[in-house]
Design a protein. Structure first.
Length: 223
């Protein structure tokens, strides 16, 4: 059985008197520990798909099964708890809290999860060593380069030990050398931690390095 399975997933947005269909029936399966790339042109529905499969939004129709649970049937509280405890995100704009330093940004989701102090420190020490940002922990985001901020965002995503990491164009705001370094880091962490990665990207290097690629065009999976 697939770890994550979407069936005929649709997402419609009202636009004045019309309805825009961002997804028009997407069925995709993802295996546990897989590194899946979601490709396609801008406006094709990639980000909408990530938002739905990452439980940031609810589908207009269709279903998402996550490890045997049909998440669309969950009430709001269980829906948000399911996302908080099992999924983490890496955004192309980093989405770091500007008034917090790197350490505090990484710690924030652990505070939300009420992880005890000593366990928080142990996890943060381990993951910041892993992604190579120990010397930047006292710096705020505006004091860091794009590559450094993306490493902080990756550490923040991984520190909660999620089952799934979803990344939307994680190298879009980085130069090619830094972007390649970040992709190598994500791939290594995928292999070592056995975390499932679902990544949307135009980056051919990322597409080539993925276990599998799904292409979305005009809201549908393209052959």
């Amino acid at each position: 059985m697939a770890f994550i399975l979407t069936k005929d997933l649709r997402k419609d947005y009202p636009l004045g008197k019309t309805v825009v269909s961002a997804l028009r029936g997407v069925s995709v399966s993802v295996e546990k520990g897989e590194y899946l790339c979601v490709a396609g042109p801008s406006g094709a529905g990639k980000s909408t798909f990530l938002n739905l499969i990452g439980l940031l939004d609810r589908a207009s129709a269709g279903s998402i099964e996550f490890d045997g649970t049909e998440v669309g049937s969950l009430d709001a509280k269980r829906f948000h708890r399911f996302r908080r405890d099992r999924i983490a995100f890496i955004f192309q704009s980093f989405n770091l809290v500007p008034v917090l330093n790197a350490y505090e940004n990484i710690e924030f989701p652990l505070l939300v999860q009420k992880v005890p102090t000593e366990e928080r420190k142990r996890r943060i020490d381990a993951i910041t060593e892993e992604v190579g940002i120990r010397e930047w922990l006292s710096h705020r985001p505006d004091e860091l380069s794009g590559g450094q901020r993306q490493r902080v965002a990756i550490a923040r995503a991984l520190v909660t030990k999620p089952e799934v990491i979803i990344a939307d164009e994680p190298t879009a705001n980085l130069d090619s050398v830094t972007g390649r370094t970040i992709l190598d880091l994500l791939r290594r962490l995928n292999k070592e931690e056995k975390t499932t990665f679902i990544v949307a990207s135009h980056d051919p290097t990322l597409i080539e390095g993925a276990d599998r690629m799904v292409k979305i065009v005009d809201g549908l999976v393209s052959a």
